[in-house]
Design a protein around this ligand. Structure first.
Ligand SMILES: Cc1ncc(CO)c(N)n1
Length: 216
């Protein structure tokens, strides 16, 4: 079985609990309170700013040029999504585009977990750590789309993550995770699973923080 299939099995309970979260349920039926979405969007803009840099730094460590190029592209796309948040979503959802945004605890933890993994751990582990960000968003985007609600104020956000363009990036990231796993040791494959599970838990916590207004 592919490493990615085994990895998904390990996070199935976390993924199931994500789908049950009030944040996701209410995002899907369009009833999510504006202030919770605002919290989420502001934190996500900080997240993407750093995630983009972590992806580029990971690319810089790749031995293969095509892999480096793909990760630079992922990093670039994260920053393009961030600029879309600032250029249109912030205004649409009643936020000041120039306000300074402090990183709240979960965003801070997640970002620094990814950055330190990229900086100090083997590249295999870093690839596993960045994968849930892609894969869980795609699955959640598709899940929400299946049960589409008319006039959902959050539709545009949902469309970003259920697009074919995003799916293409997910497939590439999965491909690199499997490639890394196939060419490494059992001990590193285990560390890769741990990183994949940890980042998935942080995805749960990221939405939970927005729902419960978790601040310093
Ligand atoms: C927290 C988080 N994880 C993943 C994505 C998808 O890129 C995102 N925008 N935000």
């Amino acid at each position: 079985m592919k490493w990615t299939n085994q990895a998904w099995e390990k996070i199935q309970p976390i993924y199931d609990s994500i789908l049950q979260m009030p944040f996701i349920q209410e995002l899907q039926n369009g009833t999510l309170a504006l202030d919770k979405f605002q919290f989420y969007m502001q934190q996500d803009s900080k997240y993407l700013e750093h995630y983009g840099r972590a992806l580029a730094a990971l690319g810089a460590k790749a031995k293969d040029n095509q892999m480096a190029l793909d990760f630079f592209e992922f990093g670039k796309n994260a920053l393009i999504v961030e600029s879309a948040l600032h250029a249109s979503y912030f205004e649409e959802f009643g936020l000041q585009p120039h306000a300074e945004i402090p990183m709240e605890p979960v965003c801070h933890h997640y970002v620094h977990y990814l950055k330190s993994t990229v900086a100090y751990d083997p590249i295999e582990v870093a690839v596993a750590a960045i994968l849930p960000c892609f894969w869980i968003y795609q699955e959640v985007g598709n899940y929400i789309l299946q049960k589409e609600t008319a006039n959902n104020p959050y539709q545009k956000w949902i469309d970003t993550y259920s697009s074919e363009e995003f799916a293409e990036g997910v497939r590439k990231a999965q491909y690199y995770a499997d490639l890394m796993a196939d060419n490494t040791t059992e001990a590193l494959r285990k560390q890769m699973f741990e990183a994949f599970v940890k980042a998935s838990q942080l995805e749960f916590q990221f939405w939970n923080a927005a729902y419960t207004n978790r601040i310093w």
